[in-house]
Design a protein around this ligand. Structure first.
Ligand code: PGA
Length: 253
């Protein structure tokens, strides 16, 4: 089955509203979307302005996190209803910075995934091992545990629509990407895990990104792997030229 590659720009805590809007205008001029889904993940304040700047184009907008309740006394949190309202169609859930810096748990990731799906947002669920876990030979065990928790209670249709991002923690922001074969091995493992829980079509449909020091230089080799269906790009997504080059790398395959 042909899966549409998905290239997402995770800006993390970067870009003011004017910077985010001018990036959006620049990347669209021109951007060839043929056969690729392209998603920008700005910080919360820039979501609506970026969605406005992208409106009428295929460019999609994602939040970097979400809370699971629709509304209420949850100071500082943002609900899936609000994200839809702000023009989002995707949301990143369980990024390693949320897990490791802000105490995000597997259980909360699952609540957020369900809340996002309930409101028609496509979750981009991040999983990945730390360096200590990799050195201890626990990569697959860690990824399996995170994935099993994230998918808990999801039916096949919901699982098929997900995007999973495999992001080894030691490769994020370090300039040290996973070797394409190693990333492929984990992405394949993710797909096989999905196959073990659902119908085979679900495993064929689910899109699995790689993230961690993706650049225009290494994107093509990573994206050429059979189970790598796209990239979640941090540092190299902050500049229009390098992000555009990664989108085009996906299209050359
Ligand atoms: P990086 O970040 O591309 O800067 O390594 C990726 C991410 O955290 O999603």
């Amino acid at each position: 089955m042909e899966r549409t590659p998905i290239i997402a720009a995770n800006w993390k805590m970067h870009k003011t509203i004017p910077e985010a809007v001018s990036f959006t205008r620049e990347i669209l001029n021109p951007l060839d979307f043929s056969g690729t889904d392209v998603v920008l993940c700005p910080p919360f304040p820039a979501l609506w302005p970026v969605a406005q700047a992208a409106s009428g184009t295929p460019l999609q907008v994602a939040a970097q996190d979400v809370y699971w309740a629709d509304q209420g006394a949850f100071t500082g949190e943002v609900s899936p209803v609000m994200l839809r309202d702000a023009g989002c169609t995707y949301v990143v859930i369980g990024h390693s910075e949320r897990r490791h810096l802000f105490g995000e748990t597997d259980e909360n990731v699952n609540r957020k995934v369900k809340a996002a799906l309930r409101h028609g947002l496509t979750p981009i669920v991040c999983v990945g091992e730390t360096l200590a876990e990799r050195d201890a030979g626990e990569t697959f065990k860690v990824v399996e545990k995170q994935l099993a928790a994230a998918l808990l209670g999801l039916d096949g249709e919901e699982a098929a629509g997900l995007v999973v991002a495999y992001e080894p923690v030691w490769a994020i922001g370090t300039g040290r990407n996973a070797a394409p074969e190693d990333a492929q091995a984990v992405n394949h493992f993710v797909r096989e895990f999905v196959r073990s829980r659902y119908r085979p079509e679900v495993a064929e449909q689910v899109r699995i990104q790689y993230g961690g020091s993706v650049t225009p230089e290494n994107a093509e080799l990573l994206l050429a792997q059979p189970d790598i269906d796209g990239a979640l790009v941090g540092g190299a997504s902050l500049k229009v030229e390098s992000f555009r080059a990664i989108v085009y790398a996906a299209q050359r395959l």
